[in-house]
Design a protein around this ligand. Structure first.
Ligand SMILES: *Cc1c(COP(=O)(O)O)cnc(C)c1O
Length: 381
């Protein structure tokens, strides 16, 4: 996947006449990604994590392909309903919800909710009576390039108490969820979380409550600079872990890919605004400033976590270490500095650069009107 598949985007950009940074997403690559997940995990339902890229054209296509959706807010739920999906294909997967929003979701027909504590269970019991809930457990996000550790989930030891509380309040204690960390290139990371999940299933069975579902979360990687496992490597590692921990009683499973669904489907075209040196010292790196930065879509360069492949028209030329920065008047608007980025010496002001693998987590992270700059525009082709 990748190179030749992005030809449609490159052709589109060659004909482009307007100005400013833009993300172009090729829907046919999203379709390939969806079909790859569906094929390699045939018994698992796919819930696309809407926050990765909520463009209506993407949501409509995934709806037609049969995808379900992981939503974090009423806004996302409304976008998915507007794309034509029915409420039974939506999970309200955020563990942090206002009770008013739970009531609104319930009114729209949503019956599947994430929790990670007893207080949230009580909100759901009041605002969405009888619904299914799954308990998110903590994962340390080890080995992930964009870990989601600590904020969501409870220790596995207290999950049975949370789920039993749900059961007693008339909810359906439905299952367990976790997220091994985003851009997780280690396929073995599902093993430990599935061991905990199986323990919770057994613990609940002893209390006379049978859980049904394990939500395997996201984490499926997009190709940036380093190699990544194929979808089949993830699915076989997951299947092995399910067998190992659940034996012949493999539960219903769902996955929530975000990055892995849309990341490789998008390319951002940006422009070099300035190339300068801050001293006469030979060893000091050049500074290359683009018309896009941390605040207009490249937020995941925070702590230099995600390193995007960047192409220019000089890629055959000699490369030199550069600090890569954005255009705003905020000094944190620097993408790569601790580990400088190698860019062609012949790069010039006004050159276009292509930032690859930017279909996920770019438009949604883009601010509006900071320094009078518009949010990142997107075209889906
Ligand atoms: C963000 C998120 C995802 C998507 O994660 P990726 O690593 O992008 O696949 C899945 N599930 C939940 C609950 C999330 O918050």
């Amino acid at each position: 996947m990748g190179e030749e598949m992005n030809d449609r985007i490159r052709d589109f950009l060659r004909c482009r006449r307007d100005e400013g940074p833009i993300l172009v997403v090729d829907k046919s690559i999203v379709r390939e990604n969806y079909l790859a997940f569906a094929k390699s995990l045939p018994d698992t339902r796919v819930f696309y994590a809407v926050k990765a890229n909520p463009d209506p054209a993407i949501l409509e296509m995934l709806t037609q392909l049969g995808s379900c959706f992981d939503c974090a807010s009423i806004g996302e739920i409304e976008m998915v309903l507007a794309a034509g999906a029915t409420a039974d294909r939506i999970s309200y997967g955020n563990t942090i919800k206002k009770e008013r929003d739970i009531a609104k979701a319930f009114e729209k027909g949503i019956r599947l909710y994430a929790v990670d504590c007893e207080v949230e269970v009580e909100k759901i019991a009041r605002a969405a009576p009888g619904s299914k809930v799954f308990c998110r457990i903590l994962c340390d996000g080890k080995d992930a390039e964009w870990p989601l550790s600590r904020k969501f989930g409870c220790e596995a030891e207290i999950a049975p108490r949370v789920l039993e509380h749900a059961h007693r309040l008339g909810l359906k204690a439905y299952g367990v969820s976790f997220h091994v960390g985003s851009q997780q290139r280690n396929t073995e990371m599902w093993d430990g979380a599935l061991a905990s999940s199986a323990w919770i299933f057994r613990e609940m069975a002893e209390r006379g409550i049978n859980l049904s579902m394990v939500n395997l979360g996201g984490g499926f990687a997009t190709k940036y600079l380093k190699e990544i496992p194929a979808v089949e490597s993830y699915s076989s590692a997951i299947f092995r872990a399910l067998r190992k921990h659940f034996g012949n009683n493999i539960p219903e499973t769902i996955i929530e890919p975000g990055r892995g669904m849309v990341g490789n489907a998008g390319i951002i075209e940006a422009e070099v605004v300035l190339i300068s040196k801050k001293s006469d010292k030979q060893e000091d790196p050049r500074w290359v400033y683009l018309d896009i930065g941390k605040f207009h879509g490249l937020a995941e360069t925070m702590d230099e976590a995600i390193r995007y492949p960047i192409r220019t028209r000089h890629d055959h030329a000699e490369k030199v270490p550069c600090v890569l920065a954005g255009p705003t008047c905020d000094s944190v608007d620097v993408m790569y500095e601790k580990e400088p980025y190698m860019l062609p010496f012949s790069l010039e002001i006004g050159d276009k650069v292509l930032i690859e693998g930017t279909g996920a987590y770019t438009t949604t992270y883009s601010s509006r009107d900071f320094n009078g700059m518009p949010g990142l525009r997107q075209i889906v082709i």
